[in-house]
Structures are given as structure tokens and as C-alpha cells.
Design a protein around this ligand. Structure first.
Ligand SMILES: NC(=O)c1ccc[n+]([C@@H]2O[C@H](COP(=O)([O-])OP(=O)(O)OC[C@H]3O[C@@H](n4cnc5c(N)ncnc54)[C@H](OP(=O)(O)O)[C@@H]3O)[C@@H](O)[C@H]2O)c1
Length: 330
């Protein structure tokens, strides 16, 4: 079968199409004939800096849609030929992928395999950020970094559906601001906030009459993490869920938390899939239902053949993309 392999860390050009043996599912796993593979920002970090890569050569790809090809020992509740969407722990950019049965979800009735490929990482993550971890209450205000990206698109929609008083976002261009406005955002802040984090706090305070926001969702880290903390209202919450800036890990203690009773929490879908797969399943079911009922739409804005995975990485890395990018495999 064809797969995309990473032999060294570097730019998109290190992604190579190779012929490899078809993987067989171990006990508790299934193999999937892949129709589409999702492209995630985490894949770019894996390619460039080895994020969650155990050893080289490595195969990238954290989510797929397709049909179950074979069941490993002990797998129940899934059938060969069934249409599924799955989180994988790598190897999704391939004609056949293997996933733990616990992270394989039947495609919801009414959705096609193309839409299904947009679900596994973004939907449960956004559901966790807004509800399980972020605990957004009706009337509260939210600030989301990367508002026009995959996660940002769905979070905007979910926050609005949850009755947010106002949804604010940061984006790197006015074109992205226009896109985000169509997905639940009331106001977008553009600027080089990594260079000037104080400008972001100022903009948030101005937009909220000086109060600050109740919830900040931060996939960037570094100066934007600091600006997010500074932009919180009294008793506000910040959820850290990524480190797009590749900053040193954040550290927070009494000096930041005590004065206004703020809290910081974190979320990783990949870790949760290992530590609490039942909790992940509940998040996925709740979130997928919102796609089926139309509450959430995550547009596929670009699709590439499997062999052109490097092009997909170039586009996502250029910071000009919106919504979701897919690889069409079959
Ligand atoms: N914790 C989890 O479970 C989890 C799950 C999925 C995704 N994530 C994280 O969520 C974020 C979005 O993921 P995605 O796959 O949906 O990608 P995406 O948002 O479609 O694309 C990446 C986003 O990161 C921003 N960005 C890129 N380089 C950046 C940099 N150097 N500094 C600051 N921002 C940068 C871009 O926004 P602008 O150009 O508009 O700033 C862009 O929206 C990523 O950080 C990812 O790691 C976390």
C-alpha cells in the first residue's frame, strides 16, 4: 500500500510517498481502508520537531475516515465493511490505517465519509474546550486564538450555540476575520500579539468594557498565554490546549491565580484517548450529534491527493488556511 513517511525532521519536503506492507490490527485494534485523512496542526509539529514521534522513519496522520478492513482479536461492536471515523496514534496518511477500537466511531447516519474525516480530532476537542473543561455558561464571554482554523471554527459555533454572551477571536489576517464572523465570532482581533501581547489585553478590555473575558481557549502558548491570563475577568478560566508558538512550557502559581481567583486547565485529546477512552467517547457522541443536527459545520476548504501531503502541510503552515484540510486517499 501507499503511505506517507517521514525519514527526517524538517520542512514539508521531508514527507515522502512510499510502498509499505499493509498493517494488521493487533488485539483490540481494527484496520481501516482509508477514504480520507485529516490534516492537523499537530502533524506539522510532528514533521518539523518530532512532536509525539517515537522514532524515525515515522508515519504521520491522526485521523481517518473509511471502511473497516479487519478486526483484531477481541473487538466487538464493529463489522468489516462498516463506515467509520477514527483517531489513530499515527499512520493515518496511508491507504490502510490501524486504530484502537476504542477510538473508532461509526459514521453518524446522514454523514458521508468526507465529512466524517473532519470529525475525530476537532469535534471532541472543541466539545471539551467549550463544555467539559471550559464549562461555558450562558451569557459568558470567550476569547479563542486561531479562530479561523479547524478547532477555531467549531469552537465559535459551539460557543454561540451554548449561549455565549460574546465570542472573541484572534486571527492573523482580515480574510480570516471575515471567515470567523460566519462561524459564530462577534469580534476578531488581528495583530502581532506574540510581539505585543499587551495590545491584545488592551483590545479585550476595550471590547468588554474593562471587565475581561470569562474563558480563554489557548492553543498558542508563550506571550499569548500570558496575554490570555491578563485578559481574564475575575474568576475567569483559561484552557491551554496547544503550543503553536513552540514556547517553553508555561508555569503558573499563586502570584497569577490568587489575586482575581482565576484558574488554568488543560486538554489533550491524544492523551485522553489513552487515559480515559470512555470520556472521549462521550465527548465524541455529544459533538457528532451537533454536526448531524446542523449546529456545527466544519467546511473542508482544501483537499489534496495522498501523494501531495507536503502541499497540504505547506498550506496549513502558511497560516492562510481556514476550516479543515483533507487528504483524499481512495
Ligand atoms: N489539545 C488538543 O487536544 C488539540 C486537538 C486538536 C488541535 N489542537 C491544537 O489546536 C490548534 C489548532 O489546530 P488545528 O489542527 O485546528 O489547526 P488550524 O487551526 O487549522 O491551523 C493552525 C492555527 O494555528 C495558528 N498558528 C499557526 N502558527 C502559529 C504560530 N507560530 N503562532 C501562533 N499561531 C499559529 C493559525 O492561526 P492564525 O494564523 O490565524 O494565528 C492557525 O489557525 C493547534 O495549536 C493544535 O495543536 C489541540
Amino acid at each position: 500500500m501507499r503511505a506517507i513517511e517521514l525519514g527526517e525532521y524538517g520542512g514539508p519536503e521531508v514527507l515522502k510517498a512510499v510502498d509499505v506492507d499493509v498493517p494488521e490490527p493487533a488485539a483490540g485494534q481494527v484496520s481501516i481502508d482509508v477514504a480520507y485523512a485529516g490534516v492537523n496542526f499537530a502533524d506539522l509539529k510532528a514533521r518539523a520537531e518530532g512532536y509525539r514521534v517515537d522514532a524515525l522513519p515515522a508515519r504521520l496522520g491522526l485521523e481517518v475516515s473509511g471502511r473497516v478492513r479487519a478486526l483484531g482479536a477481541g473487538v466487538t461492536g464493529l463489522a468489516v465493511g462498516q463506515e467509520v471515523a477514527a483517531l489513530t496514534s499515527g499512520g493515518g496518511y496511508a491507504e490502510v490505517a490501524v486504530a484502537d477500537a476504542a477510538t473508532v466511531f461509526p459514521v453518524p447516519v446522514g454523514l458521508g465519509l468526507r465529512t466524517a474525516a473532519t470529525l475525530p480530532t476537532v469535534l471532541p476537542t472543541a466539545q471539551a474546550l467549550v463544555h467539559a473543561v471550559g464549562r461555558l455558561q450562558p451569557g459568558e464571554t470567550v476569547l479563542v486564538h486561531g479562530a479561523a482554523g479547524g478547532i477555531g471554527t467549531v469552537v465559535g459555533r459551539l460557543a454561540k450555540a451554548a449561549g455565549a454572551g460574546a465570542v472573541y477571536g484572534t486571527v492573523s489576517s482580515s480574510a480570516k476575520a471575515a471567515y470567523a464572523r460566519e462561524h459564530g465570532y462577534d469580534e476578531l482581533f488581528t495583530g502581532d500579539f506574540a510581539r505585543d501581547p499587551g495590545a491584545l489585553e488592551k483590545a479585550v478590555r476595550a471590547a468588554t468594557g474593562g471587565r475581561g473575558v470569562d474563558l480563554v481557549l489557548d492553543p498558542v502558548g508563550g506571550p499569548l498565554f500570558e496575554a490570555g491570563l491578563a485578559s481574564l475577568a475575575v474568576f475567569g478560566r483559561l484552557v491551554s490546549f496547544g503550543n503553536a508558538s513552540s514556547a517553553a512550557p508555561w508555569q503558573v502559581g499563586q502570584p497569577e491565580l490568587y489575586p482575581t481567583g482565576i484558574s488554568v486547565s488543560g486538554f489533550s485529546i491524544l492523551t485522553l484517548s489513552q487515559t480515559a477512552p470512555d470520556a472521549l467517547r462521550a465527548l465524541a457522541e455529544a459533538a457528532f450529534a451537533k454536526v448531524v443536527d446542523g449546529t456545527v459545520v466544519l467546511p473542508v476548504t482544501a483537499e489534496f491527493p495522498l501523494a501531495d501531503a507536503a502541499e497540504a502541510h505547506r498550506l496549513l503552515g502558511s497560516r492562510t488556511s481556514t476550516g479543515k484540510l483533507l487528504l483524499k486517499v481512495a
